[in-house]
Design a protein around this ligand. Structure first.
Ligand code: HEM
Length: 493
């Protein structure tokens, strides 16, 4: 559930229509009451008196900020009826820990949104990130866990980053010569760098020619569109009956998924199947394909599961490139920060400083956690949460409140460093979540983002433009049409 800044008039009209229906629906539900509340030993509070403007903000502003305000009145756990979806919002670290860890087995499923199904061949169960918890999911996570360990595959990931960084710096220098501005196509160049690292690392597919490889360029663009899409809420998530009105958007979503899928099959899967040597598994694709014929039925993967697991991980590059983009925008806004990063890393030798910059970017973004869903009826803090209830883990206050951080609106990487300069993260800050559905890519994020930002800063000073980007909070994604408005000043000039 993320804010959408860039709506056209059609979507505004449609959204107003949807909200009116939603509001009427909420009122009707109120009269009927809720199954949760009358079964529960304690009655879950619910903001029934919320004026319609509140619901408007919930969908169009920063929903996490709105839900935080509601928690001031209704407490750290309360329920919302979002269209047809029963929802519970939890806000305190104590309850978030219960949902993610202590009672993780009860809250390990994902919402059944129409768009998730459409993206994954009409079955979100194909996706590692949007499926419900299952034995297959355990297998899929186990297969990926080892590969995402940058320590185990240190050489492979370092080689992939090294190759890509050379191309990135060439592209920036080329733009400096051609346009007098190295930042002219910075976002696209960072996206291409991240994508080529991920293709190289996971699939041993080295992209030699960024500009001439049309498949590659289109894939980068489609993944970015998908990343934006899944980071937004959509009326059909909670009111699937509205699908006919949004048919063209839903078809577009299906088209994005299909494009990526066709490319992954043609360019990655088919060549890998032809050369697969089970005694010498070369990369992540080989590991997944070897599992197609695994003897144990519970841990055997279907071709769709293999395909989408691979896509989930390849798509991770969009998360990294958007994060790097955000970090660069933040660095530009703090006077002298680019020089400080250079000094700390390349002169003082403090390798943790850049990590602090990355975590401060995640904090300031207030990077959200994907909603969970109750996989069984379960009691949470004395309230009965029915099976199928969506649980929104609202980390907004934990990330942005002055109760937890000094000057929370200011970008201060040092808050993640001890007095001796060592990286240190408070336990209430969990941008990659925790427990059985926790992010599998955080080590890759740290390594790839750090190396790319340092590669840029080694060669360029990052300074602000007169019109800096204003990026939405509680959403890592940057709109696909938004460019990074910063200057890159060559260090030797
Ligand atoms: C900016 C970077 C990223 C952030 C902030 C981030 C954060 C998250 C969060 C909050 C979740 C949900 C955890 C939960 O529901 O409890 C998640 C899930 C996941 N992430 Fe990331 N992530 C990032 C990048 C990546 C990358 C690069 C990869 C892969 C290479 C990746 C792989 C996954 C997977 C596979 C899941 C689903 C796990 C499951 O549902 O079992 N993530 N991530």
């Amino acid at each position: 559930m993320k804010p959408t800044n860039q709506t056209n008039s059609w979507t505004t009209v449609a959204a107003s229509f949807v909200l009116s229906i939603l509001f009427i629906y909420i009122l009707t539900r109120r009269k009927r009451g809720s199954a949760i509340s009358h079964c529960a030993s304690k009655i879950l509070p619910s903001p029934f008196q919320l004026p319609i403007i509140g619901h408007l903000y919930l969908l169009n502003g920063n929903p996490f900020a709105v839900m935080t305000n509601l928690s001031k009145k209704y407490g750290d756990i309360y329920r919302l009826q979002l269209g047809t979806v029963k929802t519970v919002v939890v806000s305190s670290m104590r309850l978030i820990r219960k949902v993610l860890i202590e009672q993780g087995a009860d809250f390990g499923d994902r919402p059944d949104f129409m768009r998730y199904n459409i993206l994954f061949s009409n079955d979100r169960g194909n996706s590692l990130a949007f499926c419900d918890w299952s034995r297959v999911q355990k297998t899929r996570r186990a297969l990926a866990r080892r590969f995402c360990h940058t320590g185990i595959y240190e050489d492979k990931i370092s080689a992939a980053i090294g190759r890509s960084e050379v191309q990135l710096l060439n592209a920036l220098q080329q733009d400096q010569e051609n346009f007098g501005c190295a930042a002219k196509r910075l976002k696209l160049n960072v996206q291409k760098a991240c994508a080529s690292i991920f293709f190289d690392f996971f699939c041993s597919e080295i992209i030699e020619d960024w500009e001439g490889d049309q498949d590659f360029l289109q894939t980068v663009q489609k993944f970015d569109e998908i990343f934006w899409e899944i980071n937004q809420s959509h009326p059909t998530d909670v009111l699937p009956g509205l699908a006919p009105i949004f048919r063209s958007h839903l078809n577009q979503v299906a088209g994005m998924g299909k494009f990526i899928r066709d490319l992954v099959v043609r360019r990655i899967i088919e060549p890998h199947m032809e050369r697969l040597d089970k005694d010498n598994l070369e990369d992540f694709v080989d590991i997944l394909l070897a599992h197609l014929e695994e003897a144990e039925p519970e841990s055997m993967l279907t071709m769709d599961q293999v395909l989408y697991e691979l896509e989930d991980f390849l798509g991770g590059h969009s998360a990294v490139s958007n994060l790097v983009g955000r970090a660069i925008v933040e660095i530009a806004t703090v006077t002298g920060l680019s020089k400080t990063i250079y000094k700390q890393h390349f002169e003082v030798g403090n390798k943790d400083y850049i990590l602090a910059v990355i975590y401060e970017t995640l904090r300031k973004t207030s990077s959200p956690i994907v909603p969970h869903v109750a996989s069984a009826d379960a009691y949470l803090d004395g309230y009965l949460i029915q099976k199928g209830t969506m649980v929104i883990i609202n980390n907004y206050e934990l990330n942005t409140s002055s109760e937890y951080w000094n000057d929370p609106h200011i970008f201060i990487p040092e808050r993640f460093l001890t007095e001796t300069g060592k990286f240190c993260k408070p336990s209430h800050f969990i941008p990659f979540s925790n427990g059985r559905r926790a992010c599998m890519g955080y080590q890759l994020v740290e390594k790839v983002a750090a190396d790319l930002i340092l590669g840029i800063i080694k060669n360029f000073d990052i300074t602000p433009t007169q019109k800096p980007n204003i990026l939405p909070q509680s959403c890592v994604a940057i709109h696909p049409d938004e460019q990074l408005r910063v200057n890159l000043v060559p260090r030797d000039s």
